[in-house]
Ligand binder design. Structure first.
Ligand code: IPE
Ligand code: IPE
Ligand code: MG
Length: 254
């Protein structure tokens, strides 16, 4: 089944960047009569599997929404459990990332992380910095509104300092102030668990992304589900505001 799906994927038309809202851990656990943390724990297995799948396919960027700014408002026991799980996972996985030439990045408000988690993350970022394969971007304590407010604040400071002329501000300049300044926009955004919303994730960067929603809860999401999403992506016509006829002509010329 898995081989069958992967063979249908057009390797020349892979999305360069896939972003995933990993949702449904809590419900997955509760449906099994377990504590929500049990779901987060099993979600890590999906992360491993999907990172491996993306690397095997040759995807260049994979962004995983692991914890939002708003998630800090969850009960303290869940937040603590998630932070501990994060640190344990990083500690265990860094050698695997290095073995597979995967570079870790983080987008989000590092200052909000507890010291032990921030230190572990900083170390992992350094330890994988020389890797040149898949770029694995963890969105942690991330929200798009936080990112955009931050960008506006920093642009304001640079205008005040005379480093930029406000009349010269354009999309390229704004892009440089986002946490994703070095990362291309995602072509494909996947959300698991049946929710059909963006939940403050990459609002600016998703402007022209193809959105894919699946009912599968994150702990059940595996490589074959990723392949299905990519196949769905490849069946779509991306028009970027143009007409279908223009797109057809352009692809004939290319
Ligand atoms: C996603 O699963 C993981 C995080 C947000 C940390 P949830 O914890 O949101 O699970 P549900 O959506 O409540 O089932
Ligand atoms: C979004 O999921 C954040 C992550 C998956 C990390 P949530 O479960 O927090 O989003 P809402 O509350 O359902 O919108
Ligand atoms: Mg959720």
């Amino acid at each position: 089944m898995q081989d069958d799906l992967i063979s249908q994927i057009d390797k020349n038309r892979l999305p360069r960047h896939i972003a995933i809202i990993m949702d449904g851990n809590g419900r997955w656990a509760q449906e099994k009569g377990q504590d929500r943390l049990y779901g987060h724990f099993h979600g890590v297995e999906s992360v491993r599997n999907i990172v491996e799948g993306a690397a095997e396919l040759g995807i260049q960027y994979l962004t995983l929404y692991a914890f939002s700014t708003e998630n800090w408002d969850r009960p303290a026991a869940e937040v603590d459990g998630l932070m501990t799980l994060l640190v344990e996972t990083i500690r265990k996985e860094v050698p695997v990332l290095n073995k597979n030439n995967i570079r870790l990045h983080m987008i989000g408000d590092k200052g909000m992380l507890p010291d032990f988690a921030r230190q572990e993350m900083e170390e992992a970022l350094q330890l994988t910095a020389a890797n040149t394969g898949l770029n694995l971007v963890m969105a942690l304590s991330y929200s798009s509104r936080w990112e955009l407010v931050n960008a506006v604040k920093n642009i304001g400071l640079d205008v005040q300092a005379g480093k930029i002329d406000p009349l010269q501000i354009n999309q390229e300049i704004l892009q440089q102030y986002l946490t994703t300044s070095q990362i291309p926009d995602p072509e494909l955004m996947i959300r698991t668990s049946g929710e059909h919303r963006i939940s403050n994730f990459l609002l600016y960067q998703l402007a022209y992304s193809e959105l894919y929603f699946t009912n599968t809860r994150w702990p059940d999401f595996r490589k074959e589900n990723l392949y299905e999403a990519i196949l769905d992506f490849q069946s779509r016509e991306r028009r970027f505001g143009k007409t279908g006829k223009q797109i057809e002509e352009e692809s004939r010329m290319a």
